[in-house]
Design a protein around this ligand. Structure first.
Ligand code: G4P
Length: 555
């Protein structure tokens, strides 16, 4: 070997080494999570407080103010403005104590939970936010099921402790018995509501005192040792004794802390606090960052791919059109899973095999955008999407890989979408196909080919209204919705052959999805269970598996 080539190979290997170090450092400094909650539990408030710590916003109220701004700049979001709700969701990236945090924001309204399901596919951790008075609520349960499917680590924040709530032990018990998730309280409340005095940090045995502030003001957190004589002067004896007794009970009979169980999604660390008064938010953030799962290997058709792999890979988990109507843009949100993303890099699009140069990657913070030069596993970038990306698509360099994709979740409301104006059919077709690709709604088709109109299938009525509104505003077509009286949809294990085996089925309508798989629609759960009794061998699914390598049918 000549001296030149050995110098070259030495410098190559030191470059490799430094790249490895850069990657290892970047991955260890990334945390990525989504918040799951029922509307009104305090997600917006908690998000805002977290962003304040990250310095990403300067004042409380800014998240809502951004919302207002968004409502003004985005015309199809007119519905948001009219109804005062949040439909859109974005990614909020901020830095705190040297850690890059990607908070995958999800829409506030439950009719848009499909968007939340998809966002969870890109999340490494979830924060389950509960209202202390209400405990587990329907939307939280639904979203928890999605986390469970993917074994996402869950961190629980029990909010609104400044108001009268349920007994803390009852709240933990509910999580354990109803969700089958063990709990480990990181802190324990002393009193609640009017008598809420603070929390005991379980690891340091320090008491963090809660001081009631005026509405809208931050509470001041004072820390005292549990043995500190001052404590007795501030906190009523019976409240402190009760909290300590309960804590003893947890030490004896409760689950033990095991970070591996947290990371496998079987044990949830629980925090008590009050987002509005900012009580317990910073300790929550600190402990969360310490315990949360860093970007880990993700499953592909080639086996798990480590985030430290030098080849770039990532997948599209969300598409959003017209975030800025002045540019009529479509943005594809990509979760980076391995390697380093570099501006202007060329990647392969796994579904089509095409090579694509990623020239204008963006970091999107609410409505603000900036160009990204580099991004690492755990980060999310926005790519301009002139119609080439679909949800679940993989982008990669090096050898071909495909991520698992994102399944379809069972819709609950169905409606024919009629186009009363045949001359507008071209636009109607374009609109329906594009909105399906974007994941704004699922489209089902009658098995009778002569009935060409699509069936919109959604989680909530508002989702249908947004589709109708967007068809009119963006594609210039007025449409009519004609509800079908069904409420339950199920996919069939084994597809058409399984259905043929059972013969005629009553009290249900059989339609097909965009991958031509049979979907059974029922009027109610009773009809569904009746079918189960009559044909116990027919296995029905609430989630449709991902189809890879097959193009969906379009209108
Ligand atoms: P969401 O995004 O989950 O739907 O909930 P959001 O943060 O909008 O909070 C819902 C309501 O609960 C808000 O009151 C908010 O101020 C209140 N809230 C949030 N966290 C706490 C808390 O720790 N303690 C108490 N007491 N209230 C809390 P609102 O009256 O609907 O709105 P606003 O007038 O306060 O903005």
């Amino acid at each position: 070997m000549s001296s030149t080539s050995s110098t070259t190979s030495n410098s190559q290997s030191s470059q490799d080494l430094s790249f490895e170090r850069i990657m290892a450092d970047a991955v260890s400094r990334r945390r990525n999570f989504a918040i799951i909650s029922h509307p009104d539990a305090g997600k917006t408030t908690l998000t805002e407080k977290l962003l304040l710590y990250g310095g990403a916003i300067q004042q409380a109220g800014a998240v809502k103010a951004r919302g207002e701004q968004r409502k003004v700049t985005s015309d199809w979001m007119e519905i948001e403005k009219q109804r005062g709700i949040s439909i859109t969701s974005t990614v909020l990236q901020f830095e705190y104590e040297d850690i890059f945090i990607n908070l995958l924001d999800t829409p506030g309204h439950q009719d848009f939970s499909e968007d939340t399901y998809r966002t969870l596919a890109a999340a490494d951790n979830a924060v389950m936010l509960e209202d202390a008075a209400k405990g587990l609520e329907p939307q939280t349960r639904k979203l928890f099921d999605v986390c469970r499917m993917r074994n996402i680590p869950i961190f629980t924040f029990i909010n609104k402790m400044d108001r009268p709530g349920q007994e803390p032990l009852t709240l933990l018990d509910e999580i354990e018995s109803e969700l089958g998730l063990s709990t480990w309280a990181v802190n324990w409340p002393i009193g609640s509501g009017e008598l809420f005095r603070g929390v005991i940090d379980r690891r340091t045995r320090k008491v963090v005192l809660f001081e009631r502030a005026e509405r809208g003001k931050q509470s001041i957190e004072k820390h005292l040792d549990i043995e500190d004589p001052q404590l007795k002067e501030i906190v009523e004896k019976e409240l402190l004794d009760k909290a300590l007794e309960e804590l003893d009970l947890l030490e004896e009979a409760g689950a033990k802390m095991d970070i591996n169980l947290v990371h496998s999604g079987n044990l949830t660390p629980v925090f008590f606090g009050s987002a509005m008064t900012n009580f317990g938010v910073r300790p929550f953030l600190d402990t969360f960052l310490e315990m949360a799962q860093k970007p880990v290997a993700r499953s592909t058709n080639q086996g798990p791919i480590s985030p430290l792999c030098s080849d770039f890979s990532g997948f599209v988990f969300k598409l959003q059109a017209n975030m800025d109507p002045r540019h009529r843009d479509r943005v594809a949100f990509v979760r980076i899973c391995s390697g380093r993303f570099e501006k202007d890099m060329s990647v392969r699009h796994a579904r089509t095999g095409k090579s694509i140069r990623l020239s204008r990657p963006q970091k999107i913070f609410g409505q603000d955008r900036s160009v990204v030069d580099n991004a690492y596993p755990g980060d999310v970038i926005g790519l301009n999407n002139p119609g080439m990306f679909s949800i679940g698509d993989t982008l990669y360099t090096g050898s071909k890989v495909e991520y698992e994709g994102i399944p379809c979740f069972s819709p609950e409301i169905f409606s024919w979408l009629r186009n009363p104006n045949p001359s507008a059919f071209k636009n109607f077709r374009k609109g329906v196909n594009e909105l399906r690709e974007e994941g704004a709604v699922q489209i089902l088709y009658d098995t009778d080919q002569s009935k060409r109109d699509p069936i919109l299938a959604a989680v909530g009525q508002l989702q249908l209204e947004v589709v109708q509104h967007r068809l009119e505003a963006e594609y210039g077509v007025e449409t009519r919705l004609e509800p079908l009286g069904f409420q339950v949809a199920r996919w069939v294990d084994g597809g058409w052959p399984s259905l043929e085996n059972v013969g005629r089925i009553f009290n249900c309508k059989i339609v097909q999805d965009a991958w031509q798989r049979p979907v059974l629609l029922f009027k109610n759960d009773w009809n569904l269970s009746q079918l189960g009794e009559e044909h116990p061998d027919l296995i029905l699914r609430t989630v449709a598996p991902v189809v890879s390598g097959v193009e969906p049918i379009s209108l």
